[in-house]
Design a binder for this molecule. Sequence first.
Ligand code: UD1
Ligand code: CA
Length: 486
Amino acid sequence: MASNLTVVVLAAGGGTRMKSKTMKVLHPVGGRSMVGHVLTAVQQMEPSRIVAVVGTQREQVGPHIHELVPDAVLAVQETQDGTGHAVKVALEALGGKVDGTVVVVTGDTPLLRGESLRAFAEEHDAAQRAVSILSGRVANPFGYGRVVRNTEGDVEGIVEEKDATPEQREIDEINSGILAFDGAFLVDALDRVGNDNAKGEYYLTDTVGIARADGLTVGAFPVDDVMQTEGANDRAQLAALGREMNRRIVDRWMRDGVTVMDPETTWIESDVVLAPDVTILPGTQLLGATVVAEDAVVGPDTTLKDCEIGSGARVVRTHAELAVIGENATVGPFAYLRPGARLGAGGKIGTFVEVKNSHIGDGAKVPHLSYVGDAEVGEGANIGAGTTFANYDGVAKHRTVVGRYAKTSCNNTFVAPVTIGDGATTGAGAVIRRDVPPGSLAVSGGPQRNLEGWVLSRRAGTKQAEAAEQALPGATDGAPSDSTSG
Ligand code: UD1
Ligand code: CA
């Protein structure tokens, strides 16, 4: 917007009904704080300045707002004496006077859209009103301020629930809490607002009646989509707004060419980016800054937080955080990818495999029952079932390197730091403590030894010994003998 616009964000209230140590406006909806959503919408108006009013738990709220909008002005309202008082505190933080238009929004309306605010402010400016109200018609207006109109339909004022007559309580046009003002009028009117009302508070909404008494123009601009202006006061409303936000996000991605088999059980947060022809199967949560490239199929029952999924990749029943999956790679079912897991193009991380801070190269495979930590697995390598990368010696973490096209066998332990060379191989059950040169076979553990009678002598009297005895008629006691074979 070209004109001189100031936006005041009210975020000083405690939100006691949340029953939380976290301040209300900081509760997340769709992966972003409620006030974060409001600030995103506000920034789309390109205001000249943003003032946020903080009070209760300002040591939590202030830094959060500054992180999102570094040049926002923070105004501290020491006691919550009402919305009129809060806006007065905001204007005092600007030196007590303000030119141009002032738009006041509340910090707990996560569904609010920038384009709605913009249209509202433009309409207000075009009509040159002293005050404009973003209003809405709702089925249950209980608790809201009602927009009172005269017989001509002109707005007379706003009356709060607790101060309303029974007739006024029947009015279904409500004040969303979002108002636009002529700045000079607002500064003057706030000095004239009193607190002689049911709550003993200074109501911002009283400025509407003041404008009318002064013969100035006021108006209400009803928003079609009232949920945009709904706030969350308790956890049930938080969940309802969260579900509605998710419905809107999922809907938008479907319209942009993403297949979502079950929108009801698919959760996509605000900052996620999906390409056309991505398919999402039921029970999937895409969180944080996750990005999924085209033709990838994710799910069912998968949670990806801050992950990057390449085109054509397949991720099944997986939990992953800060992981990067290459194109046409496959993951799961039942994989756990921790931060720093990177899988190359066409690679595979299979069933019951945990990977942390490791790069698994293009076409490399870790198909079954393994833990890969702090490793570099070369292109085309294959890790046998049940392999543990023993990265931790109890004090420090160490790295393992497995070379290109190496093939390691089942049930290996790689005791880091250790390197298995390109094209090397290992025997079943090997414990690899020393580097394996390229192209070698490494075996460990020596020939199998059978200590006969060991159980009978060392576990005498147990069911195990009894079973052995029954299978070995004539077995005698005495020292176990060693019948080592092959
Ligand atoms: C307010 C409006 C009401 C409207 C409703 C919409 C007034 C008097 N009433 O009522 O017409 O229908 O919002 O939800 O404005 N706040 C402060 N400092 C204060 C008091 C409030 O920062 O001293 C903030 C709150 O944190 C909140 C917002 O202002 O974000 C609204 O305050 P709240 O107490 O919820 O007002 P309501 O009674 O809901
Ligand atoms: Ca409220």
